[in-house]
Design a protein around this ligand. Structure first.
Ligand SMILES: *Cc1c(COP(=O)(O)O)cnc(C)c1O
Length: 861
């Protein structure tokens, strides 16, 4: 093999059209159609050939053509108008301006760092594998729209995620095309003298990992991507950022050290270069970036002479952790020996003892494994605030991680939830926006009441747009299928049949997602004869468009893909079912608008949220899904269909049979009949279109990423920033005090007791409205009354003699006695009939706690 040294020559644009460079390098074009139209107009054929990549297009045009364009006054005017529009977008006040003003003196964060192992922003920058990355991309885009001062931090993977194709036999093939960062919309961070900035992270054996930092500009939001492929590194270190989720556990540990530790260092660099404020809040999107907390502790230990515990308090307060999966295989776990190797000895992080690090990631709770270092567990221990990504996932996560808060009911585990959302301008077809603009006078956007007016758009036009979008998908699917078959070894002459694959007037069902087992790609094949009958129904046929990548190491997933491909290869059905290789953003942008129904059939409750169905809904698609993730929360009986789950059924085979049968029944009995029931007069499927309209109206405002980012700002970022500031300041007195207080409380806690409880005020025959007065007598050992809160937990008593539907009332301190004894008292109004019960408990109390359950300490009566 020849070693080809490659580099890209950046285009020099003539002065008159120089703003094209800014328009190409700011990724706003990826969700701004007018900017894309401008580029497409430069050379429509080339635009297609470079797969809608503005940087590549400009590089391809050649100086003659560029000079020609620069001499065309009309074109120059268009460029200037587009540049002015981008400038206006970058500087207009957003929702955040109002938020910050309303926050007043209490303050709102000046900057928020958002760490993620993957970012899915555009197909041009393939730095994502699936939902997690797409979500991160949508988060940045929505933050840009709202003016939220976020800065993204990630890695630059030289080959990104793999490209998928199929062998003749339908087996997934992976290729790893090498990305050249110089040919991408990225800028290298440089020192004033032009040399590339360096970030360093210590590796075992005295090695230094050096990384360069690329910046992508996502509207107003900078995204910093660390790249280890630099000459200063040895061969092994250069390969650390070679690919997304590749290689061994050790490779991954090195990637995550670079992301977390190097990421914080990149932020300091960014601040030094640009004067940007250092973040007040650090958001750790899933556990991969968890080491960021350790690096920040190191900073405080070394520069402020805090102890580890004091640093931990200061860091925790301003950290938000989001967990994204209830699937154990989705959580990164390393061996404690690996952590020893990388953080022990002449450690990567001086001042941060490895035994403290190990304790943060230890599964030292019932059901946990010893010898294992769990990144999600560390994330929860380093994050003062934590959340799951849908209400159901919040609930599941509280159960999954309840071992970290022993003594509390699951519902009190301090993990909240913020349901994911999607970035409409990226995912919604322009036809939908055009209709809104034409009939409602505005684009569909967040918090405009415009969603309520959706029913005013004439049904015939909605149907017309839906047909166009379906047809657009059909044509794209044929194109992709043809090129897939050519790769699979077919000759063009054999492929005439592809002209008739899919029909723009047939009910189109989409199913596209990664292929882990719990997503059950092949559930639809459970009864192949029934599926065939649905596809080939003489009056009410359906057609299926399927896509999805399996992790390269997952042969089980690959065999599921092969099963689907083999079924779809059958000449008897191949006109009605296709598997399209290489699911990515570019394909997704055809799929969501083009499918009438979006199918999702995960094994409940393993789909933490799911977002593809939201993108479908915003395009007027109807969801047909198991009640899992977001659908469990927002299905309302009219905006799609719920596939009944057989949750209680233990035998997985039997469960699949039941759920598949329910799926076929729904399609046959409800979905297809409704799609094909045409009104006599108009020829439209009236009931179907009512569901479409209801879907947009009911789900539109909820599923937006702008709603999600506002929730993060209000519920997590702003409180986290304030908690951080309370522990901040010269010498960090707040952090020192909180750490000392926690130590004192932990040391004394074994002496805390509820001595006895008295009550009065309720007769033998209590009635609703009566007031129960409760007195709790407690011993606090050496603690003060102000160090604790004494609570009454009351509710209904169940048949198992347990409290349900509980509420909490905090008692106030009434009197102190000798020997550290105290009386607390308060009233409870009896508000419900039925069996009533209560109990008294003591918890730590401090203004610096994000939640009273934080320490996991409680004493029950
Ligand atoms: C939205 C999206 C996903 C995530 O979809 P889920 O419903 O969470 O599975 C994955 N890949 C691509 C390309 C997407 O656009």
């Amino acid at each position: 093999m020849r070693a080809i040294r490659r580099f890209s020559v950046r285009t020099v644009l003539p002065e008159a059209i120089a703003p094209l460079g800014d328009l190409a390098s700011n990724l706003r074009w990826s969700w701004h159609e007018p900017t894309r139209d401008l580029f497409a107009g430069l050379d429509p054929k080339r635009w297609k050939a470079v797969r809608h990549d503005p940087v590549a297009l400009l590089g391809d045009l050649g100086t003659d053509r560029l000079a020609e364009l620069a001499a065309d006054p009309e074109f120059v005017a268009r460029v200037n108008a587009a540049a002015a529009d981008l400038d206006a977008y970058l500087h207009e006040p957003g929702w955040y301006t109002t938020h910050a003003a309303e926050a007043g003196e209490a303050g709102a964060p000046r900057a928020i760092a958002y760490f993620s192992a993957e970012f899915g922003i555009t197909a041009v920058l393939p730095q994502y594998s699936g939902g997690l990355g797409i979500l991160a991309g949508d988060h940045l885009k929505a933050a840009s729209d709202l003016g939220v001062p976020i800065v993204g931090v990630g890695l630059f993977y030289k080959t990104g995620y793999f490209k998928q194709s199929l062998s003749r036999e339908g087996w997934q093939q992976e290729t790893y095309p090498v990305l050249d960062p110089d040919g991408l919309p990225l800028a290298l961070l440089r020192e004033a003298d032009g040399t590339p900035c360096q970030v360093r992270v210590a590796l075992p054996g005295g090695r230094q990992l050096v990384a360069h930092v690329w910046k992508a500009q996502v509207g107003r939001v900078p995204l910093l991507l660390l790249d280890s492929d630099v000459q200063a590194n040895d061969e092994a270190a250069r390969g650390i950022t070679d690919r997304l989720y590749g290689g061994s556990g050790e490779h991954r540990l090195q990637q995550e050290m670079l992301l977390g530790i190097g990421g914080v260092r990149a932020l300091r660099l960014w601040s030094r270069l640009t004067g940007a404020p250092n973040p007040d809040v650090y958001h750790c999107n899933e556990g991969h970036a968890g080491f960021l907390g350790l690096e920040r502790i190191r900073e405080l230990v070394q520069s402020e002479q805090l102890t580890f515990d004091e640093g931990l308090e200061a860091v925790r307060a301003g950290t938000v952790f989001t967990t994204h999966t209830p699937v154990p295989a989705g959580i990164d776990r390393f061996g404690t020996d690996q952590i020893q190797t990388y953080f022990g000895g002449d450690s990567a992080l001086p001042g941060v003892p490895v035994d403290r690090i190990l304790a943060l990631g230890a599964e030292d709770y019932p059901g946990g494994e010893s010898g294992v270092f769990n990144m999600a567990v560390m994330g929860l221990r380093l994050g003062g605030r934590a959340n799951g990504v849908s209400q159901l996932h919040g609930e599941v996560s509280r159960t999954m991680f309840d071992g970290l808060w022993p003594g509390f009911d699951d519902r009190e585990v301090p993990i909240t939830s913020i349901t994911n959302g999607v970035h409409a301008p990226t995912w919604v077809d322009h036809r939908v926006f055009d209709l809104a603009e034409k009939h409602l006078g505005t684009r569909l956007v967040a918090d405009a009441n415009v969603w309520d007016d959706v029913p005013r758009v004439p049904a015939a036009e909605v149907w017309g747009a839906r047909r166009e979008m379906r047809e657009q998908l059909v044509l794209e699917a044929r194109r992709r299928l043809r090129s897939s078959w050519l790769r699979r070894g077919a000759s063009g002459a054999e492929l005439g049949w592809i002209e008739n694959v899919l029909d723009p007037d047939v009910l189109t069902i989409g199913f596209a997602r990664r292929v882990p087992t719990y997503k059950r790609l092949t559930l639809m094949l459970r009864d192949p004869d029934r599926l065939r009958a649905l596809l080939l129904h003489p009056e009410r046929p359906i057609q299926l468009v399927i896509a999805g990548k399996s992790h390269p190491a997952d042969d089980k997933g690959k065999s599921l893909i092969q099963e689907i491909v083999r079924f779809a290869d059958d000449p008897a059905v191949r006109n009605r079912i296709v598997f399209l290789p290489n699911y990515d953003i570019a394909m997704a942008q055809y799929l969501y608008p083009g499918c009438d129904v979006w199918l999702n059939n995960p094994l409940r409750p393993f789909e933490a949220c799911g977002t593809s169905g939201m993108k479908s809904a915003l395009n007027g698609g109807l969801n047909l899904s198991i009640l899992d993730g977001w659908w469990d929360e927002w299905f309302d009986g009219e905006n799609g269909w719920a596939i009944p789950t057989a949750d209680g059924v233990e035998d997985p085979e039997h469960r699949d049979d039941l759920e598949a049968a329910a799926l076929y029944d729904l399609i046959e009995g409800q979905v297809a009949p409704r799609f094909y029931a045409r009104d006599e007069e108009s020829g439209l499927p009236g009931r179907w279109l009512e569901m479409v309209s209801h879907t947009l109206r009911s789900l539109g405002p909820k599923v937006l990423a702008t709603r999600m980012v506002r929730d993060y700002v209000e519920q997590l970022y702003t409180p986290a920033a304030r908690a951080g500031w309370a522990l901040d300041g010269d010498g960090h007195p707040g952090a020192r005090e909180l750490a000392a207080w926690k130590q004192r409380v932990r040391a004394s806690w074994s002496g805390v007791r509820v001595d006895h409880v008295e009550s009065s005020g309720v007769s033998d025959a209590p009635q609703v409205g009566d007031v129960l007065s409760v007195q709790g007598f407690v011993s606090l050992d050496g603690l003060d009354a102000s160090d604790v809160q004494v609570q009454v937990v009351h509710g209904r008593v169940s048949y198992q003699d347990e409290l349900t539907d509980t509420q909490v009332v905090t008692l106030h301190h009434a009197e102190s006695y000798e020997g550290g004894r105290h009386r607390f008292e308060g009233d409870i109004k009896l508000a419900r009939t039925g069996a009533f019960g209560y109990t008294v408990r003591v918890l730590p109390a401090h203004a610096g706690l994000a939640s009273p359950t934080e320490l996991g300490l409680v004493v029950n009566a």
